[in-house]
Ligand binder design. Structure first.
Ligand SMILES: [Zn+2]
Length: 177
């Protein structure tokens, strides 16, 4: 394998992105997943918070090619998440949805006032909801309901929601409403 230009970046001296490019060169040098199918092998889509402490792949024991993983702030089931789930189910064969929220989520520290504050600062109110919450279990239940009631999703029987504990690495399932 030919060394890439990233090899000229001394370790630890560049930006995080430089580090990623360097890591990717090593990853590509031993890449063995060229034959993976685009359709998730486990027919499952995971919707999770973007929190940096939540390693979805490790926490769920995923292998490359197993699942779609859709992430955003809070793991909220927004219109755009429904868009991804709709494509996941209708075009790529998934039939199950797993929702992963977590303890100590940054979304618990925000309120919908965040939108008002933004408007005051920049002169424009965002069209999106902040999707902040106070009760993580209730937020998981709401997310389950949003998936289950979406008219676009053909598969809404197997939808389960969990809270990941950032102190133990363990999942706790939340019963639907
Ligand atoms: Zn979070």
């Amino acid at each position: 394998m030919v060394m890439t230009t990233s090899a000229s970046v001394p370790a630890g001296s560049g930006s995080p992105t430089d580090r990623f490019v360097e890591a990717n060169a090593r990853y590509g040098a031993q890449f063995a997943d060229a034959e993976l199918a685009g359709r998730p092998a486990l027919h499952t889509a995971v919707v999770a918070c973007m929190d940096a402490r939540l390693d979805v792949t490790a926490a769920l024991g995923l292998r490359n090619g197993d699942c779609h993983v859709i992430r955003n702030a809070g793991g909220a089931v927004t219109d755009d998440v429904i868009r991804s789930l709709t494509i996941s189910q209708r075009a790529l064969g998934t039939t199950a949805v797993v929702l992963v929220h977590h303890t100590a989520c940054g979304m618990e520290t925000l309120t919908e006032d965040f939108r008002r504050e933004l408007e005051l600062e920049v002169g424009q109110r965002p069209v999106w909801a902040v999707e902040s919450f106070q009760d993580v279990d209730q937020d998981v239940r709401q997310s389950i309901e949003r998936v289950r009631t979406s008219p676009f999703l053909p598969h809404t029987d197997d939808v389960r929601g969990f809270v990941y504990d950032v102190k133990t690495g363990l999942l706790r399932e939340v019963a639907p409403a």
